[in-house]
Design a protein around this ligand. Structure first.
Ligand SMILES: NC(=O)c1ccc[n+]([C@@H]2O[C@H](COP(=O)([O-])OP(=O)(O)OC[C@H]3O[C@@H](n4cnc5c(N)ncnc54)[C@H](O)[C@@H]3O)[C@@H](O)[C@H]2O)c1
Length: 386
């Protein structure tokens, strides 16, 4: 019999919508014991919150997240608010014994992340961090190919995550839509916002990053603050590039900017090993490119006239998650990554495999981000704490 899972959603923006959709869809496609119930949503603007509650059929509303967390009828708190609120909400929710879904980046910095980890582990509450790109079927397939030994000894990992929406100096910082440009709310610029995703994917596919050296730049030094109207210094990194040494000895390059004219959400990676390579581009999300050098069945080199990059259309029933959706050849999209992740989370609380990434795992990503920013400031290689 289905068990209700009462959700308390904090935030009604981009991620509030993406997660609400996943809660509503998950049991239409994945059969789980729990049925998410959209019990309450929380936000400060009554009019916008009411519209959100109506659009997604939330039963009740709260204007203060502390009141939401104190409610006995809420099982799970979903943190879909800007980064500077993650720590306080997660720590308070854990103390009340709530399960937690937290958006990325985990926190403003690793020190906050450590407090969050302590709180959830002391409370023993199930938790997940929403690095949703792991649940793009093509990226999950890349992980499968790595785990099957098809890449062999890894040599290089290359990640790029570029956008272009902050090129104009007239874009303000701060406020509802542009809190990502305000360092006091976001914690960092592209490092925490975009490269955190790239780092999570990289460490999942290629193991931990041990050491980094980085360069960042803030191209526009001052912007008007949307809330105060004052022109203030910009504290975020507009671009970040770093070199990484992985524990397995391979070398990585990571690049991110919000000044790549024409790029909207250009998130790519390539992993090159002795036996093969994989390449992924989020602008072509259902394709995984795979180069097979060694035939994994025979262990021998693929005949020269047959080598070449394969474009795998990741929509077969045999591909990750795809037997839950449509028929082969029919693609899924961005929102499905959240549903796939939620399905895995529910499975984990129902006795299935432990969910990853959890807060412990996301803390390592945060430590890499901190090391990157430290290196950009001091110009030296920085070790990432284990
Ligand atoms: N996984 C992803 O790919 C992905 C994509 C976008 C954003 N994010 C992350 O999700 C989080 C939210 O980002 P977003 O794009 O949804 O932002 P958004 O600006 O669209 O929405 C933020 C919401 O938080 C609310 N909010 C702000 N302060 C609040 C408070 N004190 N109490 C209650 N509500 C408050 C705002 O009113 C708004 O509804 C961020 O941490 C961001 O990094 C992740």
């Amino acid at each position: 019999m289905s068990k209700p899972l009462n959700v308390g959603m904090i935030g009604y923006g981009f991620m509030g919508r993406a997660h609400s959709n996943a809660f509503l869809q998950v049991n239409h496609f994945f059969q789980r014991e729990h049925t998410p119930v959209l019990k309450a949503c929380c936000g400060r603007n009554k009019e916008k919150l009411s519209a959100f509650a109506a659009a997604w059929s939330y039963e009740t509303m709260e204007s203060d997240w502390r009141k939401l967390i104190a409610r006995k009828d809420i099982d799970l708190i979903d943190v879909c608010v800007p980064n500077n609120l993650h720590r306080d909400i997660v720590v308070a929710a854990a103390k009340k014994g709530k399960m937690i879904i937290c958006e990325k980046p985990l926190a403003m910095n690793a020190a906050e992340g450590e407090e969050m980890l302590k709180a959830v582990e002391a409370a023993g509450v199930a938790n997940m961090v929403s690095f949703n790109y792991r649940r793009v079927p093509a990226i999950s397939l890349a992980k499968q190919l790595v785990d099957e030994g098809r890449i062999g000894r890894p040599f290089h990992y290359r990640a790029v995550y570029n956008q272009d929406y902050t090129i104009s100096p007239n874009v303000p910082q701060g406020g509802a839509a542009l809190w990502r440009l305000d360092v006091d709310v976001a914690g960092s610029g592209v490092t925490g916002d975009l490269l955190a995703h790239s780092i999570d994917t990289a460490e999942w596919l290629n193991g931990p990053i041990k050491k980094v050296v980085a360069s960042t730049e803030t191209f526009i030094k001052q912007r008007m603050h949307a809330e105060t109207g004052k022109v203030q210094p910009v504290g975020i990194d507009d671009t970040c590039m770093f070199l990484a040494i992985f524990a397995n000895g391979s070398r990585g390059t990571f690049e991110s900017t919000r000044y790549a004219r024409g790029r909207k959400n250009y998130n790519t990676f390539e992993l090159n090993g002795a036996d093969g390579s994989v390449f992924f581009d989020l602008e072509d999300p259902h394709i995984l490119q795979y180069f097979r050098y060694t035939d994994p069945k025979t262990g021998s080199k693929v005949e020269d006239h047959l080598t070449g990059w394969q474009r795998i259309h990741v929509t077969n029933f045999e591909h990750p998650y795809m037997n839950k959706w449509w028929v082969p050849g029919c693609t899924i999209g961005y929102e499905h990554t959240f549903t796939n992740g939620l399905a895995d989370f529910l499975a984990s609380i129902e006795g299935g495999p432990a969910f990853q990434p959890d807060i412990r795992c996301a803390l390592h990503t945060q430590r890499v981000c901190d090391a990157v920013l430290k290196s950009a400031a001091n110009g030296k290689w920085v070790e990432v704490p284990a």
